[in-house]
Design a protein around this ligand. Structure first.
Ligand SMILES: [Zn+2]
Length: 240
């Protein structure tokens, strides 16, 4: 039984590895999704800013074309000032010129404001692009890492299972059955625990001297009265 328990501890280590690998198959894709969503959101934000900048640029060109037309119109009106015959015509023309002048001013202000906004967005865009390049490199590295690990999980699981199969024949079947049953119900899948400082290594309940002797002798399957795990003696625990 002692040899069986020793091998059972090895099997349990292997089972922990296999469990961790299976858990990774759940966790890694979730982490990859999160990273990809983060990158996509950052990219979308950059695209939105880029689009806003382009819209402002387009508006500015429209304003500039309108301004040119207004200026041409204004010049035409100003030239006509020399041709009018009556004061009434002159006054009417002046009113039109004043109106055009106002429109010219408004357009010039709008163009200036537009240029300022574009400069602001472009500066922000420069910062954001720099930040994006940084996180893209970092997150992509992690995604590649996780993907590579995911791709090798099945292979690793099979390798551990082969090791497990090689040890299994060296564990008494009855003990292996108990182990498998306990594993299904206990937290963390730990079903066999070494005795540590005279206590159960699973729930830390102190064992009676009689119990300790029995565990060390390992004639039969001994389970902790507290957590029902299988107790195993560790070589380094010393004499009882
Ligand atoms: Zn216990």
């Amino acid at each position: 039984m002692r040899e069986s328990l020793h091998n059972l501890l090895k099997i349990q280590e292997i089972d922990k590895e296999i469990n961790a690998l299976h858990q990774s198959q759940v966790d890694f894709p979730l982490e990859i999704d999160t990273l990809e969503v983060e990158l996509k959101n950052a990219r979308d934000q950059l695209d939105a800013q880029q689009q806003r900048s382009e819209e402002l640029e387009k508006n500015r060109r429209t304003f500039e074309r309108d301004l040119e037309a207004i200026e041409a119109d204004l010049k035409k009106h100003q030239d006509r000032l020399y041709e009018v015959k009556t004061n009434k015509e002159y006054d009417a023309l002046q009113i039109e010129i004043a109106g055009l002048q106002d429109r010219k001013d408004d357009h010039e202000t709008a163009i200036l404001e537009n240029i300022e906004m574009i400069e602001e967005i472009e500066a922000q865009l420069g910062e954001d692009k720099k930040y994006y390049r940084e996180i893209e490199k970092d997150r992509q590295k992690r995604i590649d890492e996780l993907t590579a690990k995911l791709n090798s999980i099945e292979k690793n699981v099979r390798a551990w299972e082969r090791k497990r199969s090689a040890i299994e024949p060296h564990v008494e079947p009855g003990l292996l059955n108990v182990y498998n049953r306990i594993r299904e119900v206990v937290k963390g899948g730990v079903a066999v625990v070494p005795v540590h400082k005279g206590a159960c290594g699973g729930c830390y309940r102190q064992l009676s001297p009689q119990r300790l002797v029995e565990v060390r002798r390992a004639d039969s399957i001994l389970r902790c009265d507290g957590c029902r795990r299988i107790l195993a003696w560790r070589e380094d625990e010393g004499a009882v």
